[in-house]
Design a protein around this ligand. Structure first.
Ligand code: GUN
Ligand code: FE
Length: 449
């Protein structure tokens, strides 16, 4: 990894938020020629270059990104690192897709070398896509969690992750028990939760693969450890929902299965939540749960279209963040995911997601939804220095389209509809450069005319 001294400054156009763009117009703030000064992993000053440049002195290394747009690092609220090897698996909806493709792939993580290699590849892919924080499912094997956090700690990224809990309805080589799952999770929490930037999430896969006893014990862990997260899947697919109803006939809804086990509240992150009743959204609002909207996965598994603007209804808004949900999702790029969120929101209710709103869901809004807004999600003094440098002219097509943009909203929309990892020029995490895009032949051709 490139060596970066503790104090560093970045010059370029940057965008951040002064409010929530779903409730406040002009919430997106642009600093056309900005300077961001970082020290010991935090942003110490930021603002107009013309005003702040005297603070640089002679000894602060400065990196200039002309013609780029800098944002806070992206946040992915729902993704499965072991599944990158099974992305793009053909032909099935959720339950048979899990059986045919996902369980066999996750079984390979009994081998710690597979876990280490995959964690390394996955985290470097996140950084290539400008993602600096994610809520990550590991596998049922505790060593898959150690491998993941070890690599994240080495990179200095802020990550949330946990061991999957499954004690029924899955292959025997992927099963734990209510007690072993509890004990292994407790040991991992003691080892990793709150260690530098790492945070733990109790991770029952979903109601189908956990007994009521396992959900109860997961709820006990979640409710009794300060700052702990909980992540699971909710109301993704109609066959899944029917199976949950028959496994838990005494519960009033899918969400109620989790709520009765103590698996709701602040820092509870539910993936998908596509097929929700009004009382479910109301419960999420009142108890402070977070929903992870995974648009590429909605489409890839044909699960349905998440009703984003319904979830955000101003009278009872629910916290929402974006997730890629790889391997059911088809891209680790939050830019691509923002673009698909725009389309899914049109499909779900003819509602129009603005570029500023999409960026909010991938940065500051996600940080709020994950209760990390004192740490990440904005470019502001005191925030941790996680930054993503976007190149609106990353490809010849993007260059052509971006040259015709007349507003910031249009530039951002072009980035989210056409952009992916190619549009990420550089990524900084904890004040250090962790990814710089190699110059491609296309770049070279453009630059030499
Ligand atoms: N529901 C239970 N497990 C999974 C999973 O791995 N991916 C998705 N998309 N949904 C799930
Ligand atoms: Fe998922």
């Amino acid at each position: 990894m490139p060596h970066t001294p503790d104090r560093h400054a970045i010059r370029g156009s940057y965008v951040t938020f002064c409010a929530n763009p779903f409730t406040t117009p002009d919430a997106l703030v642009l600093e056309e020629d900005g300077l961001i000064i970082m020290e010991h992993g935090r942003i110490t000053q930021c603002g107009p270059y013309a005003t702040l440049s005297p603070l640089l002195g002679d000894n602060t290394p400065l990196t200039h990104y002309p013609d780029c747009l800098i944002s806070a690092g992206f946040i992915d609220a729902h993704v499965h690192y072991p599944q990158i090897s099974a992305i793009a698996s053909w032909g099935e909806q959720l339950l048979p897709w899990l059986e045919q493709y996902i369980f066999p792939t996750e079984a390979e993580f009994a081998d710690v070398d597979v876990a280490r290699r995959t964690a390394r590849l996955f985290l470097s892919e996140l950084l290539r896509n400008g993602t600096t924080t994610a809520a990550v499912y590991c596998t049922v094997h505790p060593q898959s969690v150690d491998a993941f956090f070890e690599e994240s700690a080495r990179l200095g990224t802020r990550m949330i992750a946990g061991k999957v809990l499954m004690d029924r309805n899955c292959p025997p080589n992927l099963q734990d028990t209510a007690q072993s799952g509890y004990d292994q999770s407790a040991a991992l929490i003691a080892r990793w939760h709150g260690r530098d930037r790492q945070l733990y999430a109790v991770t029952p896969r979903f109601a189908i693969t956990s007994t009521p006893e396992q959900l109860e014990l997961a709820g006990t862990l979640f409710q009794h450890t300060p700052g702990l997260y909980m992540q699971t899947h909710l109301a993704e697919n109609l066959d899944e929902i029917a199976a949950v109803r028959s496994l838990f006939p005494n519960r009033s809804s899918y969400l109620d299965v989790y709520a009765k086990a103590g698996l709701d509240g602040p820092r509870a992150i539910f993936g998908h939540a596509i097929h929700m009743a009004e009382h479910d959204f109301a419960h999420c609002h009142h108890s402070g749960c977070t929903l992870a909207h995974c648009p590429t996965s909605n489409l890839f598994l044909g699960s349905g279209a998440f009703a984003l603007f319904d979830a955000l209804k101003p009278t009872r808004p629910v916290h929402v963040a974006l997730g890629t949900d790889v391997g059911a999702g088809t891209s680790l790029s939050l830019l691509a995911t923002m673009g698909e969120a725009y389309k899914v929101s049109l499909m779900a209710g003819n509602t129009r997601l603005s570029a500023a709103q999409a960026l909010w869901l991938a940065t500051a809004g996600a940080a709020r939804a994950l209760h990390l807004h004192d740490h990440i999600g904005l470019i502001a003094p005191g925030m941790e220095a996680d930054l993503c440098v976007m190149d609106p002219a990353a490809t010849p097509l993007m260059a052509q389209r971006s040259a015709r943009c007349t507003s910031l909203a249009e530039r951002l929309f072009t980035l989210m509809v056409l952009g992916d990892d190619r549009a990420i020029r550089a990524t900084w995490a904890n004040g250090r450069l962790v990814h710089a895009r190699a110059q491609t032949q296309a770049d070279a051709a453009v630059h030499t005319g």
